[in-house]
Design a protein around this ligand. Structure first.
Ligand SMILES: [Mn+2]
Length: 298
């Protein structure tokens, strides 16, 4: 298993104020695939000013394509988006759109130039959480962040809020489209033989349609975001996912979710990003998990 970052709770703020996010992004090869073609990132700018303008970024990419192509495409997506996002001088939403478009072009061009990377592609689901500036915080002190996202493919972003798990992205897949048209139930889609046929990916065309929300999402204290590749949610249903994240810090939750997918066969690479929005007073109830020991993944 690869860690993309240490838990942000381990990072010490210069000002001494407690961190407001607990984040972990982990990936695992699974038990069947020979290599891991998923990629992920967590970027947390070191200075508060940047976090209040551009925020922190969590990204999951699930690559596809023969030979090395899938792993190259997902890694290019993660690297290009993480870099271009912070270079752009625009609103978070526009900067994220531009960064994903840039990643799409870079992957497309790389595939044109190397026959072994022909038709490589990748999903990309990116979440940005921007800390509100003091003057932006209104009387509702529970809202300290706003979120924007960009999404292509069939990885997913979920939000766990007030005891409910919401899927915040639509799958760009054939069965996802059938579900939206009411021709398949979500449960039927889960087991459909064509559930992995996606209708959009980065790297296949010079331009790509990137899904975003119409406006930034107001993020509440206690919200938990999950970004995941299909290697997780194909094998771990929503209810179980919710029961894991409600009860544990980000790193423990991501580790447990990966372990659950592997217990159920680990048919695909598994990548999980967890973002827990903590109370600014640091008075969060401690998660009730009683173990910190990490299971060993190869
Ligand atoms: Mn996958």
């Amino acid at each position: 298993m690869t860690w993309f970052s240490r838990r942000s709770t381990a990072a010490r703020e210069p000002s001494g104020s407690p961190p407001l996010l607990d984040v972990a992004v982990l990936t695992d090869r699974g038990l069947v695939r020979e290599q891991n073609e998923d990629a992920g990132r967590y970027v947390r700018p070191g200075d508060a000013a940047t976090r209040q303008v551009q925020g922190s970024l969590v990204l999951v990419a699930d690559g596809m394509g023969g030979h090395a192509g899938g792993a190259v495409a997902s890694e290019m997506a993660a690297e290009t988006v993480a870099q271009c996002y912070y270079e752009a001088d625009r609103s978070p939403s526009d900067a994220l759109q531009a960064a994903v478009q840039e990643a799409n072009r870079a992957i497309f061009e790389a595939a044109q130039q190397d026959a072994s990377l022909y038709r490589m592609g990748t999903t990309c689901t990116a979440l940005v959480l921007r800390e509100l500036k003091p003057e932006e915080i209104e009387t509702d002190a529970a809202v300290r962040f706003e979120a924007v996202m960009a999404h292509v493919g069939d990885s997913r972003l979920y939000l766990f809020r007030s005891g409910q798990l919401h899927q915040m992205t639509e799958d760009d897949s054939v069965v996802g489209e059938l579900v939206r048209r009411g021709l398949l139930t979500r449960e039927e889609a889960r087991y459909h033989e064509h559930r992995h046929v996606i209708t959009r990916a980065l790297g296949l065309d010079p331009e790509v349609q990137v899904a975003q929300w119409a406006r930034p999402l107001r993020v509440e204290t206690g919200d938990i975001f999950i970004v995941a590749s299909d290697g997780l949610f194909d094998l771990v249903e929503d209810e179980l996912m919710a029961s894991v994240v409600v009860d544990a810090d980000a790193h423990t939750a991501a580790t447990r979710l990966i372990a659950l997918a592997n217990e159920r066969g680990g048919r695909d690479n598994i990548t999980v990003g967890i973002v827990r929005v903590l109370s600014p007073s640091g008075s969060d109830e401690q998660p009730t998990s009683d173990t910190r020991e990490l299971p060993a993944f190869s």
